[in-house]
Design a protein around this ligand. Structure first.
Ligand code: WQD
Length: 339
């Protein structure tokens, strides 16, 4: 344990948060998790404890609740915060924009108020490639201008980044990590993505179809201007995403500058189409996945993948897992879930 290096992870029972807690503990950090368990389950925390053989300092609380957050900061000397706690479904945000703004923007503001009161300056923020909208240039780099976000979810991330840019001028040191498409699960199969109800995201829908939970996968659109007509994304293993957060903490703690706002794309830099992913899943698992081509889904970006040179060079970070292994880990988790 690195003495005095105590990280607060909000949303640490979530998909990316839990995998990041594992990597932080492996790297010797002390970790506290705050999560309201609205979109997760305590069994994920238990999975983290099994993997790391460490009892997790867990607090069931909402980041919108100023007094609980204030009390937590009064009782702990956090050196840095990683803020995952947010709603994250692109198409759910279209039907529930108000709750997305309230939760995603409101919880960040509450966190910043409490951090400022307790003189905690370092913040790693969970942002998203959706801030770019449909970029004009692909692969997209961090200098790309924000276009109008295609969803309220993407808009909340744009608003949060603007808030953080302004917060940096009054003493915060902020690293905003713009995720592409997180997939896969820890190789142990003890933690992974816990979609609630019908999955919005592609890979959990694929694995649930393979497990017989869903009758068939619908590929949303095959008439896009892409090599096989289906949308293109940058699918990154969630453990690679987690290790990028450890690098970000180490980077921000070593920054001498008092005021910082820096953004980093966290992706593989490789564009993969939906149909390519489906075919890869069939190839690596041997499962004859039942899928059909359907109409486009509203709000979908046609093509986006990362120019990841900045994070590669600044953090010395490159992804370890490829698409096939990521899909095998996702399938392994699905099978464990179905017990
Ligand atoms: C991917 C592709 C669908 C389901 C995600 C996260 C978001 C953000 C960006 C981090 C699209 C297609 C999907 C299905 C399909 N990440 N699809 N059939 O929309 O790229 O957003 O990455 O912040 O939080 O949600 O991900 O997995 O929903 O869709 O054909 O049943 O798969 O049309 O082209 P998306 P997704």
């Amino acid at each position: 344990m690195i003495k005095g290096n105590h990280i607060l992870v909000t949303g640490g029972a979530g998909y990316i948060g839990s995998h990041t807690v594992v990597e932080l503990l492996k790297a010797g950090f002390q970790v506290t998790v705050a999560d309201n368990l609205e979109r997760s389950d305590f069994k994920i925390v238990e999975g983290v404890e099994t993997i790391t053989k460490t009892k997790i300092d867990f607090h069931k609380m909402d980041c919108l609740d100023y007094s609980s957050m204030d009390d937590l900061f009064s009782k702990n000397k956090f050196s840095s915060v990683i803020h995952f706690a947010a709603f994250k479904s692109v198409n759910e945000s279209v039907s529930e924009p108000i709750s997305y703004y309230k939760n995603n923007v409101g919880s960040l503001i509450t966190l910043l108020e409490v951090m400022q009161k307790h003189q905690v300056k370092d913040l790693i923020f969970s942002s998203s490639c959706t801030v770019y909208g449909q970029p004009d240039v692909i692969p997209v780099d961090e200098t790309a201008p924000f276009k109008r976000a295609e969803s309220p979810y993407g808009a909340t991330k744009q608003v949060c980044e603007r808030i953080l840019e302004d917060a940096a001028t009054v003493g915060f040191k902020v690293i905003s990590l713009r995720y592409f498409n997180p997939i896969g699960a820890h190789e142990s199969g003890l933690i992974g993505e816990l979609p609630i109800g019908v999955p919005n995201n592609l890979v959990p829908y694929v694995t649930q179809t393979a497990a017989g939970v869903r009758e068939k996968l619908t590929v949303f659109g095959s008439d896009y201007d892409t090599p096989d007509g289906s949308c293109v994304r940058d699918f990154i293993h969630v453990v690679d995403l987690a290790t990028a957060h450890v690098k970000a903490i180490q980077y921000v703690q070593n920054l001498s500058a008092k005021n910082t706002f820096e953004t980093f794309n966290v992706g593989t830099g490789v564009g993969v189409s939906v149909l390519e992913l489906v075919k890869k899943f069939i190839e690596v698992t041997g499962i004859k996945l039942n899928y059909t081509i359907g109409p486009r889904r509203a709000g979908d970006i046609e093509k986006v993948y990362a120019d990841a040179k900045k994070i590669n060079q600044s953090f010395g970070w490159t992804p370890r897992y490829g698409l096939g292994e990521s899909l095998l880990h996702a399938w392994n988790w699905e099978k464990k879930l179905r017990g």
